[in-house]
Design a protein around this ligand. Structure first.
Ligand code: TXA
Ligand code: MG
Length: 328
């Protein structure tokens, strides 16, 4: 970060707690992506999250709390199934949607009757939450519609001057946003795939979990064109990759390639990077790699499409498909 001249200060944990207490905005690391945090109980502070992100006011936020017990404050009722999930996956990259408790800040829920809550598994934000003694509302710390940040520099590239500070927790381990499940009815629904997969959820619950149809308007992560890099992106099935690359190079078009294979050719027009084969490594690298590709000045990024049948890849594939859809 030394080469940049950012105005936003890097804060210690105690400084971050003080800023949150006084109603400010702080970007905090979580195990998934950096979140833009405000004290969820302060209306003005929560309002400022929407302003800084350029996010429409009816898009609800996730409340992050230090423990399952604290989650109870935000929910009208927590079903037994949720306790089971919490025991298994919290702290961790799972967000649960409940009926909201009465008298809570409506700005957080985007005017809805439900509330999303999670206990993150990252020591810095957990310490902030414990010291603050209250929940923080925290969407991903990027401008609305853009790729989530997995390093402090990503946050500052988009939000410098619009927030009061960032706590540096290095690179986020998981790299894609939390899995979201809706527990407001008997039928448990997966709203956003992530590191915790459908199979993990079903195994823990011992029952089927249904998958919510995409493009539900109230869930921005489910808008078709979300998670967008700057460079247009195309997902290419492995068997067509070589032909596609040759097609663009023959037209003198500069391209990025993210393939599971080692580079098979070289050209000044070609920025070929080998992608991790392990899904955890792939997710960890995904947003950082998309941002790195943006810096190469290519007209297009070709990404070798990961398996469409392996449920472990569904979180990654979801983000890639939405990034691609942005340029349809
Ligand atoms: O991993 C994550 O979840 C990260 C880190 C910072 O915790 N946060 C994150 O927040 O991705 P955001 O705001 O970028 O995405 C939160 C998603 C949105 O798609 C939002 O619509 C959905 O959670 N959500 C929040 N409250 C909801 C509710 N009451 N019902 C349904 N979806 C909800
Ligand atoms: Mg987001």
């Amino acid at each position: 970060m030394a080469t940049h001249n950012f105005k936003t200060p890097i804060l210690s944990i105690d400084e971050a707690v003080a800023v949150l207490r006084s109603g400010g905005l702080v970007a905090l690391p979580t195990e998934t992506v950096y979140g833009l945090a405000a004290d969820a109980s302060q209306e003005e502070a929560v309002k400022n999250i929407f302003k800084a992100k350029g996010r429409p006011a009816d898009h609800p936020l996730i409340v992050h709390v230090a423990s399952f017990e604290e989650a109870r404050i935000w929910a009208e009722e927590i079903p037994a199934k949720a306790e089971l999930l919490a025991r298994h996956f919290w702290p961790g990259p799972l967000t649960m949607v409940f009926k909201k408790a009465k008298n809570i800040n409506r700005l957080v829920t985007g005017g809805q009757e439900t509330i999303a809550v999670r206990v993150p598994n990252q020591k810095i934000i957990l310490e902030v939450l414990r010291k603050l003694g209250r929940g923080v509302a925290a969407p991903s710390a990027n401008r609305f519609g853009r790729v989530s940040p997995t390093l402090p520099v990503h946050v500052l590239e988009e939000l410098d001057g619009l927030i009061d500070g960032v706590v540096d927790g290095g690179s986020c381990q998981v790299g894609i946003e939390s899995t979201i499940v809706d527990l407001t009815s008997d039928e448990i629904r997966l709203l956003r795939p992530g590191h915790i997969s459908l199979v993990d959820l079903e195994k823990c619950l011992g029952e089927k979990v249904s998958v919510q149809v995409a493009n539900a308007p109230r869930v921005p992560g489910l808008l078709k064109a979300h998670y967008a890099p700057m460079t247009p992106l195309k997902l290419i099935k492995p068997i067509f990759l070589q032909t596609e690359i040759e097609k663009y190079l023959s037209q003198s078009i500069k391209i990025n390639v993210w393939s599971f294979e080692k580079p098979k050719m070289t050209s000044p027009l070609l920025n070929w990077v080998q992608a991790p084969l392990d899904v955890k490594d792939y997710a960890h690298k995904l947003y950082e790699q998309l941002r790195a590709f943006d810096l190469f000045g290519s007209s297009l990024t070709l990404i070798e499409k990961p398996s469409e049948t392996d449920v472990l890849w569904s979180g990654v594939l979801d983000r890639l498909s939405r990034a691609e859809a942005h340029f349809d």
